[in-house]
Design a protein. Structure first.
Length: 381
């Protein structure tokens, strides 16, 4: 009897390495199969529409699978998107630059013909001022409208993408989606979007109107009022981003820690309650959690890339427009009236506010998506 037992144990020991290799291969295949099954069962329409709009790519599920493997959108695709945005912006703004520069030069030449005639000189200045205002103010209002439209579209896209990641997080059995990320998401969608739409955008629009008349007269000036609005805008943006960053990071740290310990406790309970099948149960839990975390991270990373390129074109537009409005006074300062150069500088401040709004919305949504990516990544240990 002892000899038979020894022979049986020897056979089991010899077969143990082969069984282990088979188990690892099975787990890897199970993970790939689980990931594919989960992706096939998800409604990724919002993310697919967003991806198709920016990169003209329709198969979002294939892109997510490539992202899980570390193969994101190719550098060529992202480079083409960047070149296309830059080319369209330069084409539209170059015409404005040449037009305003030509108006200033022509008016300066006309003023120099009869320098002693004050009435003619004032008339030429008024024509020049109105022409420059008409050209620049049209582009500024268009940039304001486009920035507002971009933020509205981006908010709608995030409203569609964020629930996808939130659903995956809820499937992991953690409490952080309900205790942290849902209030955080609602705060972004309502409170901070309301601050941007109902407070910051009206300030930008008022600043644009003030800049239009601030330099019309040498006696009547609105520079200090424009400076006050600009400072108020900066303070509101700074306080909003600081408060949001502080609250979101602090709450997410505590929630992620709680979830990590709760999942470890679950594994420990299973291991001690069912000792005969504890190894298989733990591996099954790891496969489910690993597939969900991989998909969540892929969706979050892809959303950050799409967020960047969604804001790229309007940001390049306001950035180059602000640069042109600062370059024109530098080039025309020797020949142009000081009120014309000051007008252009005031408009450049308004455009700078639009750039600040785009950066602000990028930071807020980036923090939310980044916290979603980092949440629960330590559950599979």
């Amino acid at each position: 009897m002892n000899k038979k037992l020894i022979i049986l144990l020897t056979l089991l020991l010899l077969l143990a390495p082969c069984y282990k290799v088979y188990a690892e291969g099975t787990n890897e295949n199970n993970l790939d199969q689980t990931v594919n099954d989960v992706i096939e069962g998800m409604d990724l329409t919002p993310l697919e529409d967003w991806l198709n709009k920016i990169f003209n790519v329709e198969n979002v599920k294939e892109v997510i699978i490539q992202a899980i493997k570390g193969e994101y959108l190719s550098i060529e695709e992202m480079g083409n998107a960047f070149k296309g945005s830059l080319k369209s912006v330069l084409t539209s703004l170059s015409a404005l630059f040449i037009q305003v520069l030509s108006i200033i030069v022509i008016c300066s030449v006309l003023s120099s013909i009869r320098p002693d005639n004050g009435q003619i000189k004032d008339l030429i200045f008024l024509v020049c001022y109105c022409s420059v205002c008409l050209s620049v103010f049209t582009v500024v209002t268009r940039s304001i409208a486009r920035t507002k439209e971009t933020i509205n579209e981006l908010s709608a896209q995030i409203d569609g993408v964020f629930p996808i990641a939130l659903t995956i997080m809820s499937a992991l059995g953690a409490k952080s989606p309900s205790t942290v990320y849902q209030p955080l998401y609602i705060g972004v969608s309502t409170l901070f979007s309301g601050i941007i739409k109902n407070v910051l955008f009206p300030i930008v629009e008022v600043c644009a109107c003030v800049a239009l008349f601030s330099s019309l007269s040498e006696r009547f000036s609105l520079k200090k009022f424009l400076l006050f609005l600009s400072d108020a805008f900066k303070w509101i943006v700074g306080i909003t981003v600081t408060v949001f960053s502080f609250l979101s990071i602090i709450k997410s740290i505590s929630a992620s820690t709680y979830d990590s310990f709760s999942i470890r406790a679950l594994k420990y309970t299973i291991g001690n309650s069912f000792p005969l099948i504890s190894g298989f149960a733990k591996e099954g839990i790891d496969v489910v959690f690993s597939s969900a975390i991989l998909i969540k991270n892929a969706v979050g990373s892809l959303s950050i890339i799409l967020l960047f390129f969604a804001l790229l074109s309007p940001f390049l537009e306001v950035l180059l427009l602000s640069l042109f409005l600062k370059l024109l006074p530098a080039l025309c300062e020797p020949i142009a009236d000081n009120r014309i150069t000051q007008l252009l500088l005031n408009f450049s401040k308004v455009i700078g506010m639009l750039a600040t709004l785009l950066i602000m919305i990028f930071i807020i949504y980036f923090i939310v998506l980044f916290l979603v990516i980092m949440a629960q990544n330590g559950l599979v240990l």
